[in-house]
Design a protein around this ligand. Structure first.
Ligand code: ZN
Length: 192
């Protein structure tokens, strides 16, 4: 029996040390969990910035988006963390690539330097609320027109038309939403 323990211990050590290290290196968005290690400063549980001189703007965008999404979509519950990157280097540190912003389940969102606008922050918070309300794994199974269409459609994104496939996804969601209404949004969304 005792002969079997060292390999298990090694496996455990591998899982505990190497896998997180790999995830940290390869799946950069997981860095939203420990943004301080990615070189940003968290001024609260929910707001982090790479450029402390822009913290007031970040706080204003965050407050506006939380109020907007809570009113128009669903209450923003729990600690919805948003990392505001003023530089592309910061955004790249979280693996943003060509994306303007990203939300990683309910772990947190990253706002890239081009996305410091109310509708972008609302969009990412809508993804957070989707994860909280439907569950992160079930959300992965939902159709893109529902997930992205809602985020584009209910954030009051002013861009018309959006690049495809997002324009079609938004149009499909809005048509569906007109029949469903705000009250039944999540009840009907669960069924999709
Ligand atoms: Zn989106």
């Amino acid at each position: 029996m005792s002969l079997k323990r060292p390999p298990i211990k090694r496996l455990a050590l591998l899982l505990v040390t190497v896998v997180p290290a790999l995830a940290w290196a390869v799946v950069k968005p997981v860095r939203v969990v420990w943004p301080e290690f990615a070189g940003v400063t968290c001024v609260s549980e929910t707001i982090c910035v790479d450029d402390p001189s822009q913290v007031q703007q970040a706080q204003a965008l965050y407050s506006e988006a939380v109020a907007f999404v809570s009113r128009d979509v669903a209450a923003v519950e729990g600690a919805a963390r948003v990392i505001f990157c003023a530089t592309q280097a910061c955004a790249d540190g979280f693996g943003l690539g060509a994306r303007s912003a990203v939300t990683v389940g309910t772990l947190g969102s990253v706002i890239g330097p081009k996305a410091w606008k109310p509708f972008y922050v609302r969009h990412e918070l809508i993804h957070y609320v989707q994860g909280k309300t439907l569950g992160v794994i079930p959300l992965l199974m939902k159709p893109a027109w529902f997930v992205e269409g809602m985020a584009y459609g209910l954030s009051q994104d002013p861009r018309r038309p959006l690049a495809e496939p997002f324009e079609s996804q938004r149009a499909k969601f809005i048509a569906w939403y007109k029949g469903v209404g705000k009250e039944q949004l999540w009840f009907e969304g669960h069924k999709l």
